[in-house]
Design a protein around this ligand. Structure first.
Ligand code: GCU
Length: 360
C-alpha cells in the first residue's frame, strides 16, 4: 500500500463505496444511487435541507457601466428577487463581463466584500473571465439571528435539520446561476463557484448539490470544508459551536462534538458529490487552524470516485506536498502555498491557470 493510502487508512473514514444496504459499489449505476444517499446524509446531519416548496427567481439590472475597467468590461449591479407563496426577499450582486470574449466562462465568487474579486477583478477579466461577485451577507447575515433574515425566511427554522447558513449561501449561489443562465451570455459549460474559508465551505456545498457548477474551488476551507474531521488538528466541531459559526450548520451536526469518529460521514462525502466535475482545493502551509494536511487527504480519499468515471482525481507524488507544490494535471487541482489564512493574488492566479489547462 502506498504511503498516502496508509495515511488515509489511519483516518478510518466511513466508506464511500458501501451502500446503506451494506452492498459494495461496483460501477457507475450503484454510485449514482450512493450519490442520493450522500445528499440525504449531508442534508440531515451537516448543513440542513433547503426550501422544500417552490420558489421563483427573477432579477433586474439596477445599474450598468458599459465602460468599466478602462472600457474593458461591462459592469452591472443586478438585484435578484426570490419569491415563494408567502415570502419574498431581494439581494444585489455585481456582474462583470469582459468585452474581449463572447460567452465567457464565469467565476461565481462568494465574497467577503462587494469589491470585485478582492480588488483583482481587472486581472481576471484580462484573462477573459466574467465575475459574478456576491457579498455573502446580502443573502443571509452572518450573525446569530435565528434564521429570521434573508434567505433564512424561506425554509423551516425550528427543526434539527433546518438549513444552516452554508446551505443558504450555496443555495443563493444557485439562484444567481438560474438568473445568469437565462438572462446573460455566459458559457454555461464553464461556470466555477469559488470561495475562501467559510465561503470555501459554502462553495463546496454549492458544487456538491448543483451539477451546473463545472468547477468548485475551495480556498483554505478547513473544518466543515475540505478538511477531513477524523484526525484533524486545529479547528474541531467544538470550535464551530461558537456564536458566529453555530448557525452555519444544522443543529444535528453538533451531536458529533468530541465524537467525530462516530459521524456517519466525513468531508470526503461532500467532495465525492462533486466528482466527476472539476474540484480545486487550495491550502496554506501556516494555516494550521484549517489543517492543510486534512484538506489534502480529502483529495486522496475521493480519487476512487473519479476513477469510477474513468477520470483521474488528484495527480500527486506519494508524499505530502511541500509549500510551493502545485498539482494541476488531474480533475482535482491542488496547491499548497507558503503563508497564512487568506485568499491571495497567488491563489487566484493558480486557479485561473488550472481553468485554462482544463478548459473549464
Ligand atoms: C473562523 C472559523 C473558520 C472559518 C473562518 C473564516 O476562523 O473558525 O472555520 O473558515 O473563520 O471564514 O474566515
Amino acid at each position: 500500500m502506498s504511503f498516502l493510502q496508509k495515511e488515509l487508512e489511519n483516518r478510518d473514514l466511513p466508506n464511500l463505496l458501501q451502500l446503506q444496504t451494506g452492498e459494495m459499489i461496483t460501477g457507475r449505476d450503484d454510485w449514482e444511487q450512493r450519490r442520493i444517499e450522500l445528499k440525504e446524509i449531508l442534508s440531515r446531519e451537516f448543513i440542513g435541507y433547503p426550501p422544500r416548496f417552490e420558489t421563483v427567481t427573477d432579477g433586474a439590472c439596477l445599474l450598468e457601466d458599459g465602460n468599466a475597467y478602462g472600457g474593458k468590461a461591462d459592469m452591472k449591479t443586478i438585484q435578484l428577487t426570490i419569491k415563494s407563496s408567502y415570502s419574498v426577499m431581494s439581494f444585489p450582486f455585481t456582474l462583470v463581463l469582459p468585452k474581449k470574449r463572447k460567452e465567457p466562462p464565469l467565476f461565481l465568487y462568494l465574497s467577503f466584500s462587494a469589491a470585485i474579486a478582492d480588488g483583482i477583478g481587472e486581472e481576471i477579466i484580462d484573462h477573459g473571465y466574467a465575475i459574478a461577485n456576491i457579498y455573502y451577507q446580502d443573502m443571509a447575515p452572518d450573525y446569530y439571528d435565528g434564521h429570521h433574515n434573508g434567505l433564512g425566511r424561506f425554509a423551516s427554522r425550528n427543526s434539527f435539520d433546518s438549513w444552516g447558513k452554508l446551505r443558504m449561501w450555496a443555495w443563493g449561489a444557485s439562484r444567481i446561476l438560474d438568473y445568469l443562465l437565462f438572462h446573460e451570455e455566459i458559457d454555461a459549460a464553464r461556470v466555477a463557484v469559488m470561495g475562501h474559508s467559510r465561503l470555501g465551505k459554502a462553495a463546496l456545498v454549492a458544487g456538491a448539490f448543483d451539477e451546473r457548477f463545472g468547477l468548485t474551488a475551495a480556498n483554505e476551507s478547513g473544518a466543515g470544508g475540505a478538511a477531513l474531521f477524523r484526525g484533524k488538528t486545529g479547528e474541531r466541531i467544538r470550535n464551530l459551536y461558537g456564536e458566529g459559526s453555530r448557525l452555519w450548520f444544522c443543529s444535528n451536526f453538533f451531536q458529533y462534538m468530541e465524537k467525530e469518529n462516530q459521524m456517519p460521514f466525513d468531508q470526503h462525502f461532500l467532495t465525492a458529490l462533486i466528482a466527476p466535475r472539476n474540484l480545486y482545493i487550495a491550502s496554506a502551509k501556516q494555516d494550521l487552524w484549517s489543517d492543510p494536511t486534512s484538506e489534502f487527504l480529502n483529495a486522496i480519499a475521493v480519487n476512487k470516485i473519479y476513477q469510477i468515471y474513468g477520470k483521474q482525481g488528484i495527480e500527486t507524488a506519494d508524499a505530502y506536498p511541500k509549500a510551493g507544490d502545485v498539482y494541476h494535471k488531474g480533475n482535482i487541482g491542488y496547491h499548497l502555498r507558503e503563508g497564512t489564512h487568506d485568499l491571495t493574488r497567488y491563489d487566484w492566479h493558480r486557479i485561473m491557470e488550472y481553468r485554462k489547462l482544463h478548459d473549464i
